[in-house]
Design a protein around this ligand. Structure first.
Ligand SMILES: [Cu+2]
Length: 328
């Protein structure tokens, strides 16, 4: 190929690329402001009903039914580009709210006192969260999409910042998936780091995650409260980006097995359980030494591909429980 023909080809490619990128994707974006008095989703619509209520030990939790309150609350999942109505029914004895991170919402759905979007005891309210796909603005700049591993939490209990709600358990994971993202094998494992606890528990009462070797396992890690933490998982690692996996073999995203999380930070990733390392009992823990020593550790139990727990694994679990005693 001559230099002139090469240049002509490059010019043609540049024109084609320019045409491609000038397509106004922003025209596809749902409206960010749904207007006064019109607090409802346009199509497509999903909805979830969340209950808030008092739990034992002074905790307050969210649940999909009044009987199934949990800390963290239910994982809320939606597809990028869709809208969701969250109906919050407050069975707790204090005012609470639903405040999402990462998505689009009007001031009436921000769950704060200043916008009158707290829910008094015995009452309910519908919050609307919207998401948008990536696009190009009229000025040619790129608008990021909503896809990500986010958190939601109370913003009204205790103080106007929901400090009491966060301390007592009113938080959960909010996942916005991009169509085409790989889905995990089982349920998403949500680990919330606050105080020196995971999910308001200290070892050996922290979650023990049980999977089979080869499963695609999803973690969402969130921090809340006053402290900074470092989340570390033994034997497994992930890319430090939106999804946790590289976009192709030449992707230069840093691969990590330890990540700093400060209050209200959140991230997620997927690992293939035991990939390259085999089955076994793998620890996850905060790597701030004083935090892990205070009980901030848990287990990732990777059974054999057939789902067998070996004698060696049973010994490791027993030893971890023994060594963790006194933390709760
Ligand atoms: Cu920590």
């Amino acid at each position: 190929m001559t230099i002139r023909r090469t240049l002509a080809l490059l010019a043609a490619l540049a024109v084609a690329a320019g045409l491609f990128y000038s397509v106004p994707l922003s025209a596809q974006l749902p409206p960010l402001d749904i207007g006064p008095g019109d607090d409802a989703c346009q199509d497509p619509t999903e909805s979830v009903t969340l209950f808030a209520g008092n739990m034992s030990g002074g905790k307050v939790g969210y649940g999909l039914t009044p009987e199934e309150l949990s800390v963290p609350g239910p994982t809320i999942e939606l597809t990028e580009g869709t809208c969701m109505q969250v109906n919050l029914i407050n069975d707790a004895s204090d005012r609470v709210s639903f405040h999402p991170h990462g998505v689009d919402y009007s001031v009436r759905s921000d769950g704060t006192t200043i916008n009158g979007s707290c829910v008094p005891p015995g009452e309910s309210k519908t919050y609307v969260i919207n998401t948008h796909v990536p696009g190009t603005r009229a000025d040619g700049t790129v608008q990021a999409g909503s896809a990500g591993y986010w958190t939601y939490h109370d913003h009204c209990l205790g103080t106007v910042h929901g400090t009491g709600g966060l301390k007592r358990g009113l938080f959960g994971a909010l996942i916005v998936r991009r169509p085409g993202d790989p889905l995990p094998t089982g349920d998403t494992n949500v680990l919330v780091m606050s105080g020196t606890q995971f999910n308001l528990k200290r070892a050996p009462k922290t979650p023990i995650i049980r999977v089979n070797q080869g499963d695609r396992v999803e973690f969402v890690v969130i921090a809340h409260g006053e402290l900074f933490h470092t989340f570390h998982l033994h034997g497994h690692r992930w890319a430090d980006n939106r999804t946790g996996y590289p976009n192709g073999v030449t992707d230069q995203t840093t691969v990590i097995d330890n990540k700093v999380v400060g209050p209200a930070d959140s991230f997620g990733f997927q690992v293939i359980a035991g990939e390259g390392v085999g089955p076994g009992v793998w620890m996850y823990h905060c790597h701030v030494q004083g935090h892990s020593d205070a009980g901030m550790s848990g287990l990732f139990v990777v059974r054999t591909p057939e789902g067998k727990v070996t004698a060696q694994m049973k010994r490791a679990i027993a030893r971890w429980k023994e060594e963790s005693r006194g933390h709760h």
